[in-house]
Ligand binder design. Sequence first.
Ligand code: NAD
Length: 493
Amino acid sequence: MSETTQKMYIGGHWVPAATGQTREIINPFNQQVIASVAEGDREEARAAIAAARQCFDSGIWSEQSGAARGALLYRLAELIERERESLAVLESLDTGKTVEESRWDMDDIAGIFRYYAGLADKDAGEVIDSPIADSSSRVIREPVGVCGQISPWNYPLLQASWKLAPALAAGCTVVIKPSEITPLTTIRVTELAIEAGFPSGVINTVLGPGVSVGAELAESPDVDLISFTGSLQTGKAIMRAASGNVKKIALELGGKNPNIIFADADLDVAVDYALNGVFFHAGQICSAGTRLLVEASIHDNFVARLKARMEKIRLGDGFAEGTQMGPLISAEHRAKVENYVKIAQEEGAKLELGGKRPDDPELQAGFFYLPTLFTACTNDMRIVQEEVFGPVISIETFSDETEAMNRANSSIYGLAAGFWTRNPDRIHRLSKGLRFGTVWVNDFNVYFTQAPWGGYKQSGLGRELGRSGLEEYTEVKHIFQNHSPKPINWFGI
Ligand code: NAD
């Protein structure tokens, strides 16, 4: 392991992998190596869990006042703001997304730490009106304990912050494992947390593959809660692994998110948001609105406008002025997207645009894929039902509201849905009838820290963000006190 290889942070120490293994981190824009990191294994995961356990049980963090925990979280938010530009650059090098998008991410992330800093001392519990004479009854929330946190590669630090900030505010200790291909900003924020003054053992950062390091977090009897963001398949594996000690589970999984355009919508805005809903970060967004349902009477007009706009999307280096879309994350992921495009054609969808890699010689070293549009899609096609996680839109048509709603709901996923109409009664009916964790009316892909985020059905379990995001990291305790205990003599004297 070279001097420059970045290490894991366990129990207050930076440590290399015991095996000496390292991993090269690649820039998906040009495949250049941008860093070398320690490649941990189960051994490091166990050491990190032990450190988090010891720290939690000591009470050094969990028994601090909420205000004291909040103060450190505020400090961390300030440090993230101080490092906004360098963090954004690191995130874009690691993911290929435009640096402008990464800057927005960093602003969000600082805001998330601030929001939970503010909530840390707000919940003093609840006094219940006890039905028993001369007694009192209180309900309080306590930190759940040691939390394993596993994050994905698409929004590496943003997804990590949705987990870290509420867990720390609640008084938990954590072992965080970023995706093995995008660990750099999580490592950097660990350094900032040390600078902020978090006690040793509160935050432990482990690196390495999901199948070993991640699986150890999910299986360990010393972990009280596992929070995971990633694919449905991995989420199911984590649920199984977590059953050993019936640990609490929070899952943010995939989505296949319908965006429904009614004929009475403002088409200029709807077309614009159809693009925004999909092509940020090349469609690698869990809430991407890649499944468009368009009312039959406006289909041709809508497709023509959408196509014209899609043709103008500028692919390129995320650091170059004017770039609107970067590459996909890896060669393997692009191969997955390409396979879906092939399947869609085999199943009879009509390719209107894209469906291939760009010809531009300057983009050949990156994992680029052109914005792709399919029409003539039907409900049963895999391109309509499965998450592609790339810049690929499928369009279906519908003839009335009920058909649109039933089709949108016919999915194993239930993360987010949007629709466009000016009809107030329809807005009421659809907002209620769509079975999704988030419903956008005349908008798409809006999220903010104050509102809960999570999925119905197989899109997940539990909620992140908002007050719900903090409550995930707490246990509820009822404390009942009898103020004048006397014998009841039920069993005689
Ligand atoms: P992934 O499931 O391949 O990996 C996610 C994380 O899990 C990584 O850190 C990985 O190392 C780890 N992992 C892999 N196998 C594991 C195992 N057996 N046990 C424990 N950990 C394991 O997902 P990905 O490809 O990194 O991310 C893309 C997926 O994430 C998409 O499906 C996307 O929809 C989903 N996602 C969901 C949300 C949301 O809010 N619902 C947000 C972002 C991403």
